[in-house]
Structure formats: C-alpha cells, structure tokens
Design a protein around this ligand. Structure first.
Ligand code: KE4
Length: 426
C-alpha cells in the first residue's frame, strides 16, 4: 500500500516541488500534500484510502461536485467522437451562445485552455484596442501567470512571498501599475499620473486570491466611471467568480458592466477551459479579424466543451444558486458559531458558492487587513481539519468552494470538526 509521503518523495524526483501547480505543494501550510486517488460528489479519497469532504473543488470548477454523472456521461460521449480536432466544432458555438445569453454585454467569446490565457489575452486585446501600454491591477489580485500580471500578485505568489515573480523583466513590469483593492483614490492617482497611457484596469470583482475580499460599496461603480472617463477598458477577471457567486457572475450581483470579462473554472466543469468575452467592436480586434493575435491548439476542445455544457445544464436549473448560497451560508454561520463558542478569534463569510475564512476578528476589506491574520494559528487549524477529513485549500490567502453535492450531513460534520479544532487551538 502506498502513502502520501512516499508518493510525494517519488514526485519530487521528477516534478519540480512534486507538483504541477505551486499552490498544491502545501508550502503555505506545511506538511505533506495528499495524493488524490479519486473523487466523487462532495468527496475526495487519497492514496491511503482516507476520505475528505472537498472544499477545494479543484480551486473552483467543481460546483456540482466531483464526477457528476451528467458531466461524466457528456465527456464519455464526446471522447468516443474524438479527443481533439483542431478545427471548429458546434459545441464551441453552443457554449459561447449560452455565455452570451447570461452576460448581455458579451457579444463574442474566445475560448482558451486556462484562466491565465484568458486574462493574458484580455490584456493584449485591451492594449491593442486602445493603443496604450500600461495596465492597472490590484495588489493581492491574481490573474494567472502571464508576465505582466505576476506583479504583486495573489494566490501562491503571495503565500510564498514572491508576489512579484523572478524572471519578469523590469521593462515588462514597469507597465503594470499596482493599485489597492477597494481604494479608488489609488486608481485615480494613476490615471492622473499617466494620462492617455493606461489601456485597462483588470480586477477580480470579488477578490479570491488574497482570500475572499468583497468589493466595497461604490468601488466598481467608481472603476467604471474612471475607465469611461479616461478611455481605458474595465476588465472583470471572473475566472473564479463567474458562474460561482451567481449564474451571471459578480457583474450580476454588482450591477456594473465591464468592457471585457475573463472566465474559466466552472465553464470547463473540471476540463481545461478559459474564455474572454465582450462586445463585438472590441473582441473583433482579435485574429483572424483583427491585428491582436490569439490562438491555442486545444482551445474549444470538444471534451472540455462537453464538460462545460453539461455543467451549465445543471447550474442553470431554477433554484440552483439559491440553494447553493443558502447552504454555503449555513456552513459559514456554523463555523463562526463554533469559533465563538471556543473563544477563538476567527471569522468567515461567503457569496454564493465562494467563501473565505480568516484567523482574525472581522472580515478583511483590504490587502493590508487580510495580512494581519494569525497565519500560524490557521496552519494548526488547517491540519486538524485535514486530519478530521475536511480538505480546505492549503493556504490562508485562498477562498474555499462549496458545491451542490455538499449535503446537510457534510455541513454538520464540518462544523463539528471545526468545533473540535477550535477547542484544540483556543
Ligand atoms: P489558471 O491559469 O490557473 O486556469 O487561472 C488563473 C486564474 C485567473 N484568474 C483568477 C481570478 C484565478 O483565481 C485564477 C486561478 N486561481 C488559482 C486559485 N487561487 C488556481 C490554483 C492554482 O494556481 O493551481
């Protein structure tokens, strides 16, 4: 019988850090990553046969739970018709049509194979459309691993203390202006300092990569106004929030319309999918119609399209998001009550099927605030929950994810495990 430890030793001999994505290495919480053998519904099992209630959800995609029969069947049927064509297939049109129907300002879509490609292509499109080089992002926001966006980034870059990655030339990074989330003055200052030079503002409408931080009232309305006034494009990176906080993403909840949106995760149903969406007049700057080049061998891959379409079938059902939000909130309320009962300084919050927990007294509203949480206490809590069979994202600066597969019993189990963990760290 193998073990997580032996598999990690084996992996590190041939994979950098034993992983294919940095955050999976458990560097932010310590300990040994679990090597997952299989997953079904709300659960994952590691190679030692231990079951976990899954609040990672593959970092967001698995909103209907793992191996949902409707999704698996769609993937199997697609696979029997060929794994990749490198030529158009009708499922690409079908999935794009369904995205356009959910996001009124999206008239054209371009699929990619990752959120990184979607965000990177959206930046290139904004630069090509406006003829301007600079972009504004926010400290702690993460948009994948394109060079120009790995400047004061969130997620693993933040957790490992390398928010501005090595290997990004200064000549590239100097075009990336870093503002503060929920701080409109920091954005306005850049527009004053660099008139007519800023192509876009890219923002996670609900930040999820410095843990969950919700937008302050008026923040996005202010970004919208500044971008319109200064001729810059407002780009919502909805790779995490799209089809997650609401069917129509964060823009449905906030009521602010961006010029471009980046999507991913849920629309792939676990398969590699990213997407850019926006008005035809902007999107058609992209090849083959325009001069902004964009391409990808596996973009619109039939297997990925089938998984995305099947997932949309399920989340578009009436009442899906009402139930998801209600149940996720019940979990969050239970965690907060358990911490209060143990006298532990902790809080948690949610939006739809996305949530955050923090070892601090009140929910953070800025990058600086979330940095004040007690990380060491989070690490102890994390491993107590893991040992109890509850798999949370292995980092104090990541959101966690709820699915329609999580039952009342799973929620109760999780709250009880938290009660015991809080008692142990009180
Ligand atoms: P990918 O290239 O990892 O598919 O997507 C990048 C990305 C873009 N935009 C947002 C808002 C994102 O959250 C992400 C990726 N999210 C991380 C989780 N914090 C993925 C986990 C990982 O890096 O393995």
């Amino acid at each position: 019988m193998t073990s997580n430890a032996s598999e990690f030793d084996r992996a590190r001999k041939v994979l950098v850090g034993g992983v294919n994505s940095a955050v999976r290495a458990f560097r932010a919480v310590g300990g040994t990553p679990r090597f997952i053998d299989r997953a079904e519904g709300a659960y994952m099992w590691d190679v030692e046969g231990k079951r976990y209630i899954d609040y990672l959800g593959s970092w967001g995609p698995m909103i209907v739970g793992q191996s949902h029969p409707h999704v698996v069947k769609a993937v199997q049927q697609a696979a029997e018709r060929g794994l990749s064509y490198g030529a158009p297939n009708v499922m690409e049109s079908e999935l794009a049509e369904r995205i356009c129907a959910l996001f009124p300002q999206v008239e054209r879509v371009r699929f990619t194979s990752s959120g990184t490609e979607a965000s990177m292509s959206a930046i290139r499109l904004a630069r090509g459309y406006t003829g301007r080089d600079k972009l504004i992002k926010f400290e702690g926001c993460y948009h994948g691993t394109a060079d120009s966006l790995l400047v004061k980034a969130g997620s693993g870059a933040l957790a490992f203390g390398t928010p501005s990655s090595a290997g990004v030339p200064e000549d590239t990074a100097r075009h990336t202006l870093v503002a503060q989330y929920n701080d409109l003055a920091s954005v306005e200052a850049f527009f004053k300092q660099y008139p007519d030079q800023i192509s876009c503002v890219m923002v996670e409408p609900y930040a999820g990569n410095m843990n969950l931080i919700k937008p302050a009232a008026g923040f996005h309305e202010g970004l919208r106004k500044l971008c319109t006034e200064h001729g810059a494009l407002l780009i919502f990176d909805e790779v995490m929030t799209g089809f997650r906080v609401a069917l129509g993403g964060a823009q449905e909840l906030i009521g602010v319309t961006p010029d471009l949106s980046a999507f991913g995760k849920v629309i792939g149903g676990g398969m590699p999918v990213g997407a850019i969406g926006g008005p035809a007049k902007v999107m058609e700057m992209m090849a083959p119609l325009g001069t902004v080049y964009q391409a990808g061998t596996l973009s619109g891959n039939p297997i990925a399209m089938a998984a995305g379409l099947a997932t949309l079938d399920l989340i578009e059902k009436p009442g899906f998001f009402a139930a998801l939000g209600r149940n996720c909130q019940r979990l969050v309320d239970g965690l907060n009550e358990a911490a209060r009962a143990a006298g532990v300084t902790f809080c948690a919050q949610s939006e739809g099927g996305m949530a955050g927990m923090y070892m601090m007294a009140t929910v953070p509203q800025s990058f600086a605030q979330v940095q004040t949480q007690d990380v060491e206490r989070f690490k102890r809590f994390y491993h107590l929950m893991m040992d109890a069979g509850v798999y949370l994202p292995p980092s104090p600066v990541e959101a966690f994810f709820f699915s329609s597969a999580h039952s009342d019993a799973d929620i109760d189990f999780t709250i009880n495990a938290a009660r015991e963990a809080f008692a142990a760290i009180a």
